[in-house]
Design a protein around this ligand. Structure first.
Ligand SMILES: CC(C)(COP(=O)(O)OP(=O)(O)OC[C@H]1O[C@@H](n2cnc3c(N)ncnc32)[C@H](O)[C@@H]1OP(=O)(O)O)[C@@H](O)C(=O)NCCC(=O)NCCS
Length: 194
């Protein structure tokens, strides 16, 4: 497939376009065995609550129905442009429209894409959307203190650690800190992180 043809295919659905990725709304057709396998993969869900209980196709359909009509959660599918392949999801969740903040959540489900900067690119696209288009004042998130890849990714795109809740989260028979991070629109606008 040449570049012109592939561009046409993705451009009708693409919402936020980056160098190697684009973000588009999650579609019903994304509910596949591939997507389901991510949610039942203990390595992928090690640091996200989703992995605590087994997930079925029906659960995913119910989740999809809720997310499509939600006024406080905006979920995107992360798509590798080159292969037009769904590799994970990213969202702005729990949006507080009065206070103008939201929580970022990300899962790259296809492990072949880990550690190659795709998480960073997806976060950058989402932050641009949050601050430039939605005019949010702040984006926050929380992470296990032991999720080093996530913490590194968030720091790279401009998040700062704002607090820690000591030994809040249970993993591998131990309690670890819950790290709270945030980035303000004003910090983002200093352009250092774009
Ligand atoms: C966390 C996640 C989004 C990161 O995305 P990614 O595309 O793999 O991350 P990036 O490649 O942009 O950056 C990861 C960085 O962490 C580093 N890293 C990866 N694993 C690491 C580890 N175990 N210890 C220390 N650093 C690590 C990478 O080398 C890279 O740093 P670099 O750019 O200096 O080389 C992705 O791995 C993921 O979705 N994981 C599963 C779900 C999850 O944990 N979500 C986050 C919940 S808070």
């Amino acid at each position: 497939m040449n570049d012109k043809v592939s561009k046409k295919i993705f451009s009708s659905k693409a919402f936020l376009v980056g160098k190697r990725l684009y973000l588009r709304p999650l579609l019903k057709s994304d509910i596949t065995k591939r997507y389901l396998s991510w949610l039942n993969d203990a390595e992928v869900t090690r640091y996200i609550e989703t992995g605590l209980f087994p997930v079925t196709e029906k659960d995913l359909e119910e989740f999809y129905k809720k997310i499509r009509v939600s006024k406080t959660d905006i979920m995107f599918a992360i798509i590798d442009k080159k292969h037009d392949l769904h590799i994970g999801n990213i969202k702005l969740g729990g949006i507080k429209w009065v206070h103008r903040f939201a929580d970022l959540g990300i899962m790259i489900g296809d492990k072949a894409y880990w550690g190659r900067g795709y998480g960073e690119e997806a976060c950058r696209l989402l932050l641009g959307y949050a601050f430039n288009r939605l005019n949010l004042n702040k984006v926050t998130l929380g992470s296990y203190a032991t999720n080093l890849a996530a913490l590194k990714t968030y720091k790279k795109v401009g998040f700062k650690i704002e607090g820690r809740i000591k030994k809040l989260l249970s993993i591998d028979g131990k309690y670890v800190d819950h790290v709270l991070m945030g980035i303000l629109q004003s910090e983002y606008n200093k352009k250092a992180f774009k």
